[in-house]
Write a new protein. Structure first.
Length: 148
């Protein structure tokens, strides 16, 4: 995986996740807040058990649940493929806990804003989340022995 791959994956990820938020605003998407509860709880359990691989999986499932609100099996399938590729970037992380732990908390923040119907703040929170995450994964991939 190259840094260009990571940037491309995050660009596509932004398009899919922001499309959901846009659809929530226009009423073309429907997000049942309960669908976010399972991945959030799984992430919390994984963190409590110091299982950062499982925490990363729960994190990706949380974001997949956001994309699923579009009601498109094609978008869901495409997002799953992107997240499978992104996991390759996660392998370059030196400290998975230091990476995943703050994002698990940020997922709760995004979910709270979505439940409250505060789409502007949900979008701003997701925007900074994805920008920060991309920077960290790009840096990890660049620093890996075969990083490009």
């Amino acid at each position: 995986m190259t840094t260009a791959d990571v940037r491309e994956i995050y660009g596509l990820r932004r398009m899919l996740e922001f499309a959901t938020l846009d659809g929530l605003r226009t009423g073309t998407c429907a997000l049942e807040p309960a669908t976010l509860a399972g991945p959030l709880a799984a992430g919390d359990r994984a963190a409590a058990g110091d299982d950062w691989l499982a925490a990363g999986t729960a994190n990706l499932r949380f974001h997949a649940a956001i994309v699923a609100a579009q009601g498109s099996t094609r978008a869901d399938d495409f997002f799953r493929r992107l997240m499978t590729e992104l996991r390759l970037g996660f392998l370059a992380l030196v400290d998975p806990r230091a990476f995943h732990e703050p994002y698990l908390r940020r997922n709760h923040d995004i979910a709270d804003r979505l439940r409250a119907g505060d789409l502007d703040r949900a979008r701003a929170t997701l925007d900074s989340y994805l920008a920060d995450s991309m920077r960290q994964v790009v840096a990890a991939v660049a620093d890996a022995p075969d990083g490009r």
